[in-house]
Design a protein around this ligand. Structure first.
Ligand SMILES: [Fe+2]
Length: 319
């Protein structure tokens, strides 16, 4: 305290305070100890004022910094519907019990040669898995589509490679990529040689990208009925590693997949209620083949058995 303030306190304030204290102490029920306690409480209230200030700063920090972060995390978790459908358990619990006739005498896929639309019509909507050998090897996609083609295409047309909030699914399986940007920013030697295995699937639901890609392959393919219903997006699956674990697809139509590059091993199993009368089996799809599976009733998983061999497929639906 400065000398001037000290003087004011000693000569003006202290006598007044003493007067007040003396007046208060005239009340027999109030003691000096009570006055001391009251003084201590007044100091505590100073502390609580500080607490209020700190709390207010904390709340402002929470609103300005923490809320956007929490929001971002929630948006990301919602994006995980792309990796693990968050209503998968509900779907599984509520799906209709299968009629096991679909799998009862099936021991493997029906393997057909390439055929015309008319020739394939009797098989087109069969629940039996089908491989049509060497049916898509003439597609331009077989020659042109690869990792770098897709990287350039997405860099050109996709507004935001960081986005995980649009309706395009991104399935990262066991790879450490969370969004398309991660996929397209991996080191070239990993992308081209699988030095560290990776495998992803993603839908090309952006119209410009879909239109560009569909210039490289026909939808529907030449063996499917011309009037079959087709979806508004297709899927690309590519990489070097194990793909999806066994699962059912909760999609509205049948599935076809074109093996553009490499090979893929499929494992199919009946739904659990049919496991006593139907068999699980494994088969191999080679480059140039198309595979058709009703993935809504066949549990299916995929893997690429040949180490460091790149697999690239286009998948879509029909029905
Ligand atoms: Fe699937």
């Amino acid at each position: 305290m400065s000398r001037k303030k000290n003087k004011i306190f000693e000569e003006v304030i202290r006598p007044e305070l003493d007067k007040i204290h003396n007046e208060i102490l005239k009340h027999p029920e109030i003691t000096v100890a009570d006055l001391y306690d009251a003084y201590k409480k007044s100091l505590e209230s100073e502390d609580s004022r500080e607490n209020i200030i700190f709390s207010a700063i904390g709340m402002i920090f929470f609103i300005v910094i923490a809320v956007p972060i929490v929001n971002y995390v929630f948006a990301f978790i919602l994006g995980i519907r792309c990796f693990i459908p968050n209503n998968y358990v509900v779907w599984e619990a509520t799906r209709p019990i299968a009629n096991c006739a679909y799998c009862q005498h099936v021991r493997g896929p029906l393997i057909l040669p390439n055929m015309t639309r008319e020739e394939f019509l009797p098989y087109a909507y069969s629940p039996q898995p089908i491989i049509i050998k060497n049916s898509i090897s003439h597609w331009p996609a077989g020659k042109l589509l690869n990792y770098n083609y897709l990287k350039n295409l997405y860099s050109k047309y996709k507004d935001d490679l960081n986005s995980f909030s649009d309706e395009c699914q991104f399935l990262n399986f066991k790879s450490n990529f969370l969004i398309l940007r991660d996929l397209f920013e991996m080191p070239p030697e990993r992308a081209e040689n699988g030095t560290e295995p990776w495998y992803v699937g993603f839908s090309n639901c952006q119209t410009k990208i879909l239109n560009e890609l569909r210039k490289l392959y026909p939808v529907p393919p030449h063996f499917l009925p011309a009037d079959t219903e087709i979806p508004s997006h297709d899927y690309i699956f590519m990489g070097y590693d194990d793909g999806a674990n066994m699962h059912l697809d909760y999609i509205p139509r049948l599935m076809w997949q074109a093996q553009l590059r490499g090979n893929k091993t499929w494992t199919l199993a009946p739904t659990p209620e049919c496991s006593s009368i139907c068999d699980q089996f494994t088969f191999y799809v080679e480059s140039g083949d198309a595979v058709l599976i009703d993935t809504r009733i066949w549990y299916h998983g995929t893997s690429i058995k040949t180490k460091k061999q790149f697999s690239l497929t286009i998948q879509s639906e029909y029905g």
